[in-house]
Design a protein around this ligand. Structure first.
Ligand SMILES: [Ca+2]
Ligand SMILES: [Ca+2]
Length: 371
């Protein structure tokens, strides 16, 4: 049976409260324990099949009434990207201004296929492995999960090299594909891995995660979309629950970064990223699309960390493994959400390169107008 990202999205649309259970049944009992992606349809809790896409034209540099001074393309970019709100709230503009562009950093995107030809990537998708039968970016249903995820990472770390490992649309069991992809990413010299995927605990993946951890490869993982809007109940998803990975919850841009009701809550959640109405690249065309999910929150954190890891930057020597990363983030780049201190829905809080003043300014005045 063919596995694809949107199979899950359809299952999500049908009954978002039981995502993982449904994803298993959707993939058939023979594949129980399967891994799924964590995108959600745009309309929350919709019971019908929604197209999770809002197509947005590529920005024009001459657009009226828009201050473009802070959103000029990076020197190496051939396309004038307009940085989306989530990227800007995470500090995308400031990272670029400070020269933290991900140069010298290799990021693994274990996901669906990425449309490497999308002009927004500016050629930074350097390698694609595992699957190359038919169109990389298409599963025939316009889900385009991998391209969207990789796009967010790229916009935060425009000079990072993206290595794409396609673990969907394979004919084999995808758990094995994920474990294999993690090992390939280690061998390929990736320093950080984004996994906007998840499922029940699986030994092959746990072993691969341990291998990556001992090789000091950072792993940023979506917390999962199984949330019941109750922080006191736990929803489990792996490899996010694995203590060797960084688990990322989804929050809204609005209302003081309130938690998305479907974002998993548990004591393994480490941080939060923007995961609602996230604008990123749309495969198969020049442009953008909007998606929801912890799938979209994780790449904000991954891209941010990749930027911090910029070779010869201020933080490249500090981030040497998972533990040093957490210490750096906790001491410098966390914006607490809700009750003071860590909690089950957003962990230690929202990660951003902006200081409090800059964040408040961006939040109140800048980011929303340009879209
Ligand atoms: Ca819960
Ligand atoms: Ca808190």
């Amino acid at each position: 049976m063919k596995i694809s990202a949107l199979s899950l999205s359809l299952a999500l649309a049908a009954a978002p409260a039981t995502i993982l259970g449904l994803s298993v049944s959707a993939f058939g009992p023979a594949l129980s324990g399967c891994i799924s992606t964590f995108a959600r349809p745009s309309a929350l809790f919709s019971t019908k099949l929604d197209q999770p896409t809002v197509n947005i034209q590529m920005p024009s540099v001459t657009r009226a009434n828009v201050d473009l001074t802070s959103i000029q393309p990076h020197a190496t970019e051939t396309v004038n990207l307009r940085l989306p709100p989530g990227v800007r709230l995470t500090g995308g503009d400031k990272l670029r201004a400070d020269g933290l562009t991900g140069k010298g950093v290799r990021v693994a995107v274990i996901d669906g296929g990425v449309d490497a030809e999308h002009p927004g990537f500016n050629g930074q998708v350097k390698q694609q492995r595992w699957y190359r039968d038919g169109e990389w970016y298409s599963d025939g249903t316009e889900d385009y999960h991998g391209t969207h995820v990789a796009g967010t990472i790229h916009m935060l770390a425009p000079e990072a090299e993206i290595y794409n490992y396609c673990v969907f649309e394979t004919e084999s069991a995808e758990n094995i594909a994920v474990a294999e992809a993690i090992r390939l990413a280690i061998d390929d010299g990736c320093q950080i891995i984004n996994m906007s995927i998840g499922g029940p605990r699986h030994n092959s993946i746990a072993r691969a995660v341990s291998a990556a951890h001992s090789e000091k490869v950072l792993m940023i993982v979506s917390a999962g979309n199984d949330g019941d809007n109750n922080t006191l109940t736990y929803e489990y998803s792996y490899p996010a629950m694995n203590s060797k990975t960084v688990s990322v919850a989804a929050v809204y841009k609005e209302n003081d970064l309130s938690t998305a009701p479907w974002s998993n809550t548990n004591d393994a959640v480490d941080y939060a990223g923007i995961g609602v109405d996230v604008i990123s690249f749309r495969a198969k065309s020049i442009g953008y699309m909007k998606k929801n999910g912890t799938s979209m929150a994780s790449p904000h954190v991954c891209g941010f960390v990749a930027a911090l890891m910029t070779k010869d930057g201020n933080y490249s020597d500090i981030i040497t493994n998972d533990e040093s990363l957490r210490t750096l983030l906790d001491e410098n780049f966390v914006r607490d959400i809700g009750e003071k201190g860590p909690n089950n829905s957003t962990g230690r809080g929202f990660l951003t390169y902006l200081n409090e003043t800059e964040y408040d300014h961006m939040n109140e005045t800048e980011y929303i107008d340009i879209w």
